[in-house]
Write a protein that binds this ligand. Structure first.
Ligand SMILES: Nc1ncnc2c1ncn2[C@@H]1O[C@H](COP(=O)(O)OP(=O)(O)O)[C@@H](O)[C@H]1O
Ligand SMILES: [Mg+2]
Length: 226
């Protein structure tokens, strides 16, 4: 079943002679539950694509449809709600709020949405993520790997349709990278969570169902594993 449809997506930054076409007429679809890795050299347009899929930025032209809905048909306010409810974003540098503890960071998007925290889900995520006993630690009291687990927990709290992770292990050592990828992969496999990961790491690419390679804002390879 199709979950994500990207059609003729183009993003040009700036205007006139200094304009940069970061994404150039990109189209592809993703099935529900797929684990897709996006690879490409620095500056190839990977983060631009991720920001558009996550509704963080608007395209110059083209569409992104998630579960049949054109996400850019929404107003900015509706798009903010979309980002909190329907996608889970994970970044290289975690993007946690420094003055909030583990539980507060994980539940912030739910509370900002004016909704009640699902305490069972929170407790089960804290356990799965190995954060038991760290519930009231601040980000600077945690290791990088633990901070990324909190960011993953925050992304998973709303049970989003898609998890989008932009170089989630880019700042971690080998052991923590492997643990973070194991967590993402198990939520992909066990919860049938659709997972899209940008990475430079060949080992991560080998774990995926499918690898999409981008160069100069265009898809140059799209391979599904048997
Ligand atoms: N906000 C921006 N303003 C202008 N140019 C940008 C902006 N963000 C990215 N770019 C440019 O767009 C291209 C693609 O960037 P990006 O999507 O970040 O690539 P990647 O994540 O693959 O390294 C690069 O040439 C980059 O310099
Ligand atoms: Mg990038």
């Amino acid at each position: 079943m199709n979950i994500l449809t990207i059609e003729h997506l183009t993003r040009v930054y700036g205007t006139g002679p200094t304009a940069v076409t970061a994404l150039d007429d990109v189209s592809f679809t993703v099935d529900a539950g797929e684990f897709v890795v996006i690879v490409g050299s620095s500056g190839s347009g990977k983060s631009t694509l991720m920001h558009l899929m996550g509704g963080v930025d608007r395209p110059t032209s083209g569409t992104v449809r998630l579960q049949g809905q054109d996400i850019f048909a929404r107003s900015d306010e509706e798009l903010a709600v979309f980002r909190r409810r329907e996608v889970g974003l994970v970044y290289q540098f975690y993007n946690l709020i420094p003055v909030l503890d583990v539980v507060e960071n994980m539940t912030l998007p739910v509370l900002m949405d004016g909704r009640a925290v699902n305490e069972d889900r929170l407790a089960s995520l804290i356990q799965t993520l190995g954060l038991t006993g760290r519930e009231h630690h601040l980000p600077n009291q945690l290791s990088g790997g633990q901070q990324q687990r909190v960011a993953i927990g925050r992304a998973l709290m709303n049970a989003p349709a898609v998890i989008l992770a932009d170089e989630p292990t880019g700042n971690l050592d080998t052991k923590n990278s492997a643990e973070i990828m194991a967590l993402l992969r198990s939520s992909n496999r066990q919860l049938k969570q659709t997972l899209i990961v940008i990475t430079h790491d060949e080992d991560i690419a080998l774990m995926a169902d499918r690898v999409i390679a981008i160069e100069d804002g265009r898809i140059v390879r799209d391979e599904r594993r048997a």
